[in-house]
Design a protein around this ligand. Structure first.
Ligand SMILES: [Ca+2]
Ligand SMILES: [Ca+2]
Ligand SMILES: [Ca+2]
Ligand SMILES: [Ca+2]
Length: 560
């Protein structure tokens, strides 16, 4: 470390401190991931390069006016104090220092993303589908709307009110169809059963299934839902006794498609009806949903019989059966070749806990346990919302395929009559969306080989690469050359930890080989999450060693 570099470092830090303490122009900025991770306010974690070490790094920062909260000698980490609100800005400034190996926020780690909802510990279904691990990847996007066609939704419920879809084009209570969609004052949905604008739940069933898919989560209240982000469109098509006609249901389905729902969740079915189904009005609506890339998730039925209920049995529906807390088929869950998937539905001894409408008949309870394929269905709808949140460009068929192919196979190997493709696994369904990305030193993702040039007068030199991810938690990574070659190496330490909020960095150091030629190899970065998921990314590395004249004649070939 030369004196001049040290001065550069000093100047940089002065700039940091000014930024941290004074300039309001730089704001803490969350990562581009769907979730903003929690971190310890008022500090960042700095690791100096091994040649410098923690103790001398601490002295450097102290000389530059920083306060060190703690030195962690074993890991070589320094917890450096910054003004609350400027943590991210400090990370961005410090990461540019040549003497620093890594900088990050001091993330708050919970036991695997467990939300703080009061009854979460009794929600075995969420644990069973590995929802907490999935929430490490994404807790869902508010842009994804789940239409729940049921007995309505309790619009004032403490765990549902904030999750309701609102119709942006409708002015409430003016007795006018402002958006011209054929329905007056349809603000959160519509009541097709009573033909009015109030889709409140007068049964309890619709509120229960809504909460399973998308209850307000991590709000220190009640229960957690599969998708913390998704909005609920309240479409009441069943009456207070839980019954309804297929015409109203079909109309509600078309309303959902027309008004922006991506998923239609229907925990309903005819009594002991099975294939062939004769609900032509619902079939027409299913075709309409399919044509508009809306996924329709329907319960398989609770008759314990061979044959999935109608309308779940239609090809255009994703038919959901129920499993118990021990991953057995619930005895009531209908089965057969038209069953697509299973999810936790519970039984009398291990029910599914969720939100319920506070009715006179249930003593104003806000939460209760129920069981049935009705409960299994919204687990799948919520998962579809999580998947769609990761990649809004997916088609409905792709979302269904992703849910099916990532399920935990149960029963006989592969798709079978009792479990379909298996019991959904939210973590596995989201895994393809965690990635490590290789970037150049400007933070641009590498889409072409890393190119080094050398000729008789020029040595190939070094290039700095960055490792990034949108995953909020730490990924431990290492970089290597594969296959190893004599003309390029990675600078130790070519490894560390990367999160959505901090990039990793290493150098590729190339040397002049013995003969004129074009040489190629690969730089491979492998990483592991705390949950044991292995990731990798790679890029080709190319070295062109040519006589000087040839390079001058063909500059475009070597352009990076
Ligand atoms: Ca309207
Ligand atoms: Ca209106
Ligand atoms: Ca809650
Ligand atoms: Ca199976």
């Amino acid at each position: 470390m030369t004196n001049s570099m040290f001065k550069t470092g000093t100047l940089l830090l002065v700039l940091i401190l000014l930024t941290i303490t004074g300039a309001p122009a730089v704001r803490a900025q969350g990562p581009s991931a769907k979730t903003t991770p929690e971190f310890v306010p008022g500090e960042v974690v700095v690791k100096f390069k091994p040649a410098i070490g923690a103790m001398s790094g601490q002295r450097r920062l102290q000389q530059e006016g920083a306060r060190i909260k703690r030195v962690l000698p074993r890991s070589g980490l320094l917890r450096v104090e910054v003004a609350p609100g400027y943590e991210q800005a400090a990370v961005e400034k410090l990461v540019a220092r040549k003497d620093v190996e890594s900088v990050s926020l001091n993330y708050v780690i919970h036991t695997m993303g467990s939300p703080n909802d009061t009854y979460f510990s009794s929600q075995w279904g969420l644990t069973k589908i590995q929802a907490p691990q999935a929430w490490d990847i994404s807790t869902g996007a508010s842009s994804v709307v789940i239409a729940v066609i049921d007995t309505g939704v309790d619009l004032d419920h403490p765990d549902l009110a904030a999750k309701l879809w609102t119709n942006p084009g409708e002015i409430p209570g003016n007795f006018f169809d402002d958006d011209g969609n054929g329905y007056v004052d349809d603000v959160n949905g519509y009541d097709f059963a009573n033909n009015d604008s109030d889709p409140n739940d007068d049964n309890g069933h619709g509120s229960h299934v809504s909460g399973i898919a998308a209850a307000a989560t991590n709000n220190s209240t009640g229960v957690a839902g599969v998708s913390w982000g998704a909005k609920i469109m309240a479409l009441k098509a069943l009456n207070s006794a839980g019954g309804g006609g297929t015409a109203d249901i079909a109309e509600a389905m078309m309303y959902a498609v027309d008004n922006g729902a991506k998923i239609i969740s229907m925990s309903l079915g005819g009594v002991r009806t099975s294939w062939p189904c004769s609900y032509t009005d619902i079939e027409t609506a299913l075709n309409y949903a399919q044509a508009n890339d809306v996924l329709v998730v329907i319960a398989a039925g609770n008759d314990g019989q061979y044959g999935v209920n109608c309308p779940g049995a239609y090809d255009q529906a994703l038919a959901v059966g129920a499993t118990t807390s021990s991953d057995n088929r619930a005895s009531y869950s209908n089965y057969g070749p038209r069953l697509d998937i299973v999810a936790p539905g519970g039984d009398i001894s291990n029910k599914i806990y969720s939100t319920i409408a506070p009715l006179l008949t249930n003593g104003y309870k806000y939460y209760d346990g129920k069981y049935g394929t009705s409960m299994a269905t919204p687990f799948v709808s919520g998962l579809a919302a999580l998947v769609w949140g990761m990649d809004p460009s997916l088609t409905a068929a792709q979302v269904q395929q992703q849910i099916e192919s990532s399920a935990d196979d149960l029963g006989t190997t592969g798709k079978d009559d009792y479990f379909g493709w298996g019991r959904i696994n939210a973590y596995k369904a989201l895994q393809p969306y965690i990635a490590l990305t290789l970037q150049n030193s400007a933070g641009v993702e590498l889409t072409t080989p890393v190119v080094f040039m050398a000729d008789d007068a020029t040595t190939p030199g070094s290039q700095t690469l960055q490792v990034s991810t949108t995953y909020p938690d730490a990924i431990t990574w290492t970089a290597a050359i594969s296959p190893p070659v004599s003309w390029v190496s990675v600078s130790p330490p070519a490894g560390g930890q990367v999160t959505a909020a901090s990039v990793g960095q290493f150098d590729l150091n190339a040397s002049t080989p013995s003969g004129y030629n074009t040489y190629t190899t690969t730089v491979v970065v492998t990483g592991t999450t705390a949950t044991g998921l292995n990731l990798s990314t790679s890029d080709e590395v190319r070295l062109s060693y040519v006589p000087q004249l040839q390079q001058l004649q063909l500059p475009v070939i070597f352009k990076n």
